[in-house]
Write a protein that binds this ligand. Structure first.
Ligand SMILES: [Zn+2]
Length: 320
C-alpha cells in the first residue's frame, strides 16, 4: 500500500519538496529557486522537475506515493484544485491539480501555504496539543491560519485565515492585494523596510545601515536584527511600531475566536526572537478582553520551512 507522501512548499523565492512519512518524518528534501519573473509555465515546469528530483533522490517510486500536498501562496479554489490568483507566481486560474495528476498519476491536494504551515505545527510542532490556534506568520507578507476544535478552518474555498488583509488604516499604504491600509502593508517586514528606506533616503540612518542605499529590497530581516542588537533607536522604533500594530490586530482577532494559542512564525520572529514576541504579546494583551487574553498563550513556531511540508502532506493524506 502506498504510504509515503510528498509535501511541497511553493514560495516566492524558493520551492521545497520532501518525502513525508506516516509519523510526519521528512526525508530527501529538495530545493529549487522560484523563477517567478519567468511566468507560470516556467514555475510549473520547475515544480514538476522538483517532484521528479525528490522521487529520484529518495528512491521512492511514484506508485508508492499516496498523495502530494501542494502548498501555494495566493488565492486558491481547493475543491477544483485551481490557483485562482497568485500574482507573484504569475498564476491566474491555473489548473495545478489536474496538470500534476496527469503528470504523476497520484492524488494531488491544493492548500494555502500558511494554512499548511500552521497545520504542520499543529500535528508535529509548537501547536501540538492545542485545540484552538491562531497562527500568524509575519515576514515579507503577513499570513495566518486558524485551527478550531482541532480542525483546520479553511473556509468555503480554502482561503480562510488571511489575517494580514484586514484593514487597520483607512487610506493607508497600498497593499500587495490591491487594498489600502491592510495590516500587511503596515506591519510586515516589507512595510518595515519601506520605513527604513525613508530614513536612509533622508539621512537619518547612516553608516553600515545605509551601505546598500535606500533600496527596499536590500533591507532584509538581518538589517533589523542587527539594528536591534546594536540598539539603534531608529531601527528599534520601526520594530516596536510594527510589533505593536500587529499585537493590537491580534488582540482584536483573539476577541473574535478566543484561541488557546497564538502561534507566531515566519521571518520576523525567527530573526528578532523574544524581543519581538514579547512586544507583540504585550500589545495583544493590552487590546484583547482580559479574560480572552488569559486563555491565550503565545509561542514561536518551531519547525521553520518543514512545517509547510509536513502540513501539506498531512492535509493531503486526510483528504483521501
Ligand atoms: Zn492586503
Amino acid at each position: 500500500m502506498a504510504e509515503q507522501l510528498i509535501g511541497f512548499d511553493l514560495g516566492g523565492t524558493k520551492m521545497l519538496a520532501g518525502i513525508v512519512g506516516t509519523e510526519h518524518q521528512v526525508s530527501s528534501k529538495v530545493k529549487r529557486k522560484s523563477m517567478t519573473h519567468e511566468g507560470a509555465e516556467t514555475v510549473y515546469n520547475d515544480i514538476v522537475a522538483t517532484i521528479h528530483d525528490v522521487l529520484r533522490e529518495s528512491g521512492v517510486k511514484a506508485s508508492d506515493i499516496a498523495a502530494l500536498g501542494m502548498a501555494v501562496p495566493g488565492i486558491i479554489n481547493r475543491k477544483k484544485g485551481v490557483i485562482v490568483r497568485s500574482p507573484n507566481m504569475g498564476f491566474y486560474d491555473f489548473p495545478l491539480v489536474d496538470r500534476l495528476k496527469a503528470e504523476f498519476g497520484f492524488p494531488v491536494v491544493l492548500e494555502n501555504d500558511v494554512n499548511a504551515g500552521v497545520w504542520g505545527e499543529f500535528v508535529a510542532g509548537a501547536a501540538r496539543g492545542y485545540q484552538h490556534v491562531l497562527g500568524v506568520f509575519p515576514g515579507t507578507g503577513i499570513g495566518g491560519g486558524i485551527i478550531a476544535n482541532g480542525q483546520l478552518y479553511a473556509g468555503a474555498g480554502g482561503n480562510a485565515g488571511e489575517i494580514g488583509h484586514m484593514i487597520l488604516q483607512l487610506e493607508g499604504p497600498l497593499c500587495g492585494c490591491g487594498q489600502r491600509g491592510c495590516v500587511e502593508a503596515l506591519a510586515s517586514r516589507t512595510a518595515m523596510s519601506r520605513e527604513a528606506a525613508g530614513l536612509i533616503a533622508n539621512g537619518t540612518l547612516t553608516g553600515v545601515y545605509a551601505e546598500n542605499g535606500a533600496d527596499i529590497k536590500a533591507i532584509s530581516s538581518k538589517f533589523f536584527s542587527q539594528g536591534l542588537k546594536e540598539g539603534n533607536p531608529h531601527i528599534v522604533a520601526i520594530i516596536d511600531r510594527a510589533a505593536d500594530l500587529l499585537g493590537v490586530h491580534i488582540g482584536g482577532c483573539i476577541n473574535l475566536m478566543n484561541p488557546q494559542l497564538v502561534l507566531i512564525g515566519g521571518g520576523l520572529v525567527e530573526r528578532l526572537g523574544d524581543y519581538y514576541l514579547k512586544r507583540v504579546d504585550k500589545a495583544m494583551r493590552a487590546t484583547a478582553w482580559a479574560f480572552v487574553a488569559e486563555d491565550a498563550q503565545i509561542k514561536a513556531a518551531t519547525l521553520g520551512d518543514t512545517a509547510t511540508l509536513i502540513g501539506s502532506a498531512d492535509l493531503a493524506r486526510r483528504s483521501l
